[in-house]
Design a protein around this ligand. Structure first.
Ligand SMILES: [Fe+2]
Length: 156
């Protein structure tokens, strides 16, 4: 059935594109954070292993919310690695970085997502999709908080 929620087809398409990019970025960042949780080494192992644990779990929970927002707008979710690889701007780490490098990489990824979200919120609101605008506004705060925690480990 078609949705009848007061958003035009063209605007829905714009917002679905945004949410699909955001879902893919979040999925790739989730996997990278889990990877770092597994592979971190060094003097700060215990602290970083736990920090990355909290962060990958939070990202994992967000995936379902983002995907179900897409379904609420009446579209299907790009739910395959093949589709997400095309959509994401998050780069995978081929090597295992050292602990400080891991923090820098994750910080950079969260800050990239924050900058993207800032534009996407405006675009969603312009497309009359206040629901998505509101949802993404709550998400930007989460990424900003995570970025702060990562940044704090790098400051001395
Ligand atoms: Fe674990």
């Amino acid at each position: 059935m078609k949705t009848n929620i007061g958003i035009s087809k063209a605007d829905t398409t714009k917002v679905i594109t945004i949410l699909s990019h955001y879902l893919s970025d979040s999925y790739y960042l989730y996997l990278k954070t889990h990877n770092f949780h597994w592979n971190v080494t060094g003097m700060h192992f215990q602290n970083l292993h736990k920090l990355f644990d909290d962060q990958y779990n939070a990202l994992f929970s967000s995936l379902d919310e983002i995907a179900e927002r897409i379904r609420s707008l009446g579209e299907f979710v790009p739910g395959s690695y093949m589709q997400m690889k095309e959509l994401t701007c998050i780069k995978e780490s081929k090597e295992i970085p050292n602990d400080r490098e891991m923090l820098k990489i994750l910080l950079d990824d969260h800050e990239t997502i924050v900058r993207n979200l800032r534009n996407w919120i405006e675009e969603a609101n312009q497309a009359s999709d206040v629901g998505t605008g509101d949802f993404l506004t709550a998400r930007i705060e989460e990424h900003e908080k995570t970025a702060w925690m990562l940044r704090s480990h790098l400051e001395s």
